[in-house]
Ligand binder design. Structure first.
Ligand SMILES: CC(C)(COP(=O)(O)OP(=O)(O)OC[C@H]1O[C@@H](n2cnc3c(N)ncnc32)[C@H](O)[C@@H]1OP(=O)(O)O)[C@@H](O)C(=O)NCCC(=O)NCCS
Length: 219
């Protein structure tokens, strides 16, 4: 399935929130993506199915038509421009397969979320998004990437481990819903020669396996 990554825009919030609810059912209240997109420290991406679209509710379409030509052209330039290929017209949006986000504070990028529809897992999409996030964090001059993950989340821990994250701490009872421990993980310096060499190797292996052309994310 052809898939590409681009920055998340406001029009993606409905789809992203559905994925979030499925992936993190115990998280309450759910993340407020409207606020996250307005947060200058936060950066969010979505992975889209290049061959599938979804219809948007009529009311949204009507309000978009009300935008002036200039505003909608600017929005297209800065928010909706995909990696490659063309986004469909605003009434039909690409089907979002997954999303991920991080905050940058000083020289540290902190991964806040990464999730893929359960029906589309194990197809290299989580990995594609993690690669994109590492590249973005490096471009934004972060030195390390940190995250917290549930101790029992073996799939996510395996993904992070593959990309060089190691455990640097344990937060006992960190998750309020069930008091599960949170494992704190971090990379080494992401600009170091050893990290970059490992990343290049993984990117090539991913492209060979899934045939996905990785490009820089358009901003
Ligand atoms: C974690 C998650 C994003 C991975 O996405 P994905 O698209 O299924 O992952 P990929 O297909 O790209 O797999 C990449 C790597 O992740 C690891 N992985 C993914 N699923 C796994 C599983 N079920 N068991 C073991 N390892 C797994 C493997 O290391 C895999 O590499 P490999 O193919 O060489 O074995 C996905 O499982 C998810 O959305 N989980 C729910 C949300 C969540 O827990 N997010 C993390 C919050 S900290």
């Amino acid at each position: 399935m052809p898939c590409y990554v681009r920055l998340m825009g406001k029009e993606d919030i409905a789809q992203v929130t559905e994925i979030d609810r499925e992936a993190f059912p115990t998280q309450w209240p759910p993340a407020n993506y409207q606020r996250e997109l307005e947060n200058r420290l936060a950066h969010y991406i979505v992975a889209c199915d290049a061959g599938k679209t979804v219809e948007e509710p009529r009311v949204e379409v009507a309000s978009r038509r009300g935008l002036s030509g200039l505003v909608s052209r600017v929005r297209q330039l800065f928010n909706h421009e995909p990696f490659f290929g063309k986004e469909p017209p605003p009434s039909r949006r690409r089907y979002i397969l997954g999303f991920a986000g991080f905050w940058v504070m000083a020289d540290e990028a902190h991964l806040t979320n990464i999730a893929v529809w359960e029906s589309h897992r194990r197809q290299g999409i989580g990995e594609l998004m993690l690669i994109s996030i590492i590249d973005m964090a490096a471009e934004l001059k972060a030195s390390i990437i940190t995250l917290e993950v549930r101790a029992s989340n073996t799939s996510a821990r395996s993904l992070y481990g593959k990309y060089g994250f190691t455990q640097v701490g344990l937060r006992r009872g960190y998750y309020i819903s069930d008091r599960e421990d949170g494992v704190l993980m971090s990379t080494e310096n992401i600009s170091s020669a050893s990290f970059q060499a490992h990343l290049q190797h993984l990117k090539q292996a991913h492209a060979r396996k899934w045939g996905t052309a990785l490009r820089q994310i358009a901003r």
